[in-house]
Design a protein around this ligand. Structure first.
Ligand SMILES: *Cc1c(COP(=O)(O)O)cnc(C)c1O
Length: 427
């Protein structure tokens, strides 16, 4: 039993969330999580999944998992350092390292666990973490957990990064004991999860090189998607022989474009060995089911063998953006700038929570599922529909969404005025 005092506090907070349109609910999907699915008993087209390549419901992944289930059973039974490390895990790690041309990779049970584990293991209170203000929550929490000095930088602002790196390198007389001067790490999403725009990675890498800092990149939304080969953010760096080194710490997930689950860190031998000794979310957590690793291996083979999926995805993004531009002109949606993003994440920032919710409900009634994204996931006053495209969407489905959006914006625009949602911060 929760004591009455706490029970009351929780109930009051829940009521407050309802009153300000920040209450969240889950909708259960019946069956698979493909582009076409059944939610709350209603058939609809999903436009809010991170399954960018359409692999989550691919039968080849299920077949690979089934085969591994047959030989390995379900659970790994222990953490990797005890007895949970399976040959399927080892092969996946080797294949990821080979694909990304990094010395080693280490498999985690989730991106959340990877980011917490890495930051806590690598940084401590004499160190400095410099982070984009729109970084994923797991990077924020990992940074806090590490105890390092946390410096938040305005979104993609290279000048501020540079200033902070210069200051942390030379703290000045009396500010800190130079003998214990710590290390500085710069951490950023590669593709920002709620905006879809890209971090200025080559510039940040050059800065880190110049100032002796480490660059950590979270490529949850780029891995498998960006680049000709699907090597994600790593393809945004100039090739070998250039002055711009790749990131020292690279994290990507296996539950988004790879349609499986889990995450991994790629980097040097020393980095990976150190994480094996010290990343608490890895050391003290049961290794993922071998069958999931088998599914991820099948997905990685598809990422390598079927570049046409990425091409289809990019065509779909272009079709959506062109349609949206025409729609904005036709509906006269003045407060609807086309997203700056050219990735599969296409946010329609609507401002007020009520507006985003109303449009989301309208679309679901028309058979299109686009969840409303509200604070604290995004800054106050920037509630939005975060539309995500998949290689598995057909042109007809995209056009259908655009038509429903046009109608919805007219209807909802009248019902919930835009002024209510005037953004309270620039950008
Ligand atoms: C989804 C996400 C994570 C967390 O990964 P999970 O495997 O879902 O725990 C971490 N970072 C970013 C940028 C993400 O979008």
């Amino acid at each position: 039993m929760v004591p009455p005092g706490l029970e009351q506090r929780l109930a009051a907070e829940l009521q407050r969330l309802r009153a300000v349109d920040l209450y969240r609910v889950r909708r259960a999907v019946e069956g698979g999580h493909g582009v076409k699915l059944v939610v709350d008993g209603r058939a609809c087209v999903n436009f809010c999944s991170n399954d960018y390549l359409g692999l989550a419901a691919d039968p080849r992944l299920a077949e690979a998992a089934r085969r591994a289930l047959g030989t390995c059973g379900t659970g790994s039974g222990a953490s990797a350092l005890i007895s949970g490390y399976n040959a399927e895990h080892a092969r996946l790690e080797e294949e990821l390292a080979d694909f990304l041309q990094r010395p080693r990779a280490l498999l985690f049970s989730s991106g959340w666990a990877a980011n917490l584990g890495v930051l806590r293991a690598l940084l401590s209170k004499n160190d400095t973490l410099v982070a984009d203000e729109l970084n994923h929550a797991s990077l924020i929490d990992g940074g806090r957990l590490s105890g390092a000095r946390y410096v938040k930088v305005p979104h993609r602002h290279v000048g501020t990064y540079e200033r902070v790196l210069i200051q942390s390198r030379d703290p000045g007389p009396g500010t800190r004991d130079p003998g214990t001067a710590g290390h500085t790490m710069l951490v950023t999403d590669a593709v920002f999860s709620m905006d879809g725009d890209l971090a200025p990675l080559p510039e940040l890498s050059r800065l880190c090189e110049r100032h002796g800092a480490t660059l950590m990149v979270d490529d949850a939304h780029g891995f498998g998607v960006l680049g000709d080969k699907g090597r994600g953010a790593l393809e945004l760096f100039p090739g070998p022989g250039s002055q711009v080194p790749g990131p020292g710490v690279y994290v990507a997930t296996l539950g988004k474009s790879l349609g499986a689950a889990g995450a991994f860190v790629a980097g040097s031998d020393t980095l990976i060995e150190y994480l094996v000794q010290r990343a608490r979310s890895w050391v003290f957590s049961t290794a993922p089911p071998p069958a999931i690793a088998a599914a991820a291996r099948a997905a990685l083979r598809i990422v390598r063998a079927e570049p046409e999926r990425r091409q289809r995805l990019h065509h779909n993004v272009a079709r959506f953006r062109e349609g949206l531009e025409q729609l904005s002109a036709a509906v006269g949606v003045s407060r609807l700038p086309p997203p700056a993003s050219h990735t599969p994440i296409q946010p329609l920032v609507l401002g007020a929570e009520a507006r985003a919710l109303a449009l989301s409900r309208f679309l679901l009634e028309r058979g299109y599922w686009v969840a409303a994204i509200r604070p604290p996931t995004v800054p106050r006053g920037t509630s939005r529909l975060r539309i995500t495209l998949s290689a598995a969407h057909t042109p007809e489905q995209i056009d259908g969404l655009l038509n429903a959006l046009a109608e919805g914006l007219r209807t909802v625009g009248r019902a919930v005025p835009a002024e209510e949602g005037a953004p309270d911060r620039p950008g």
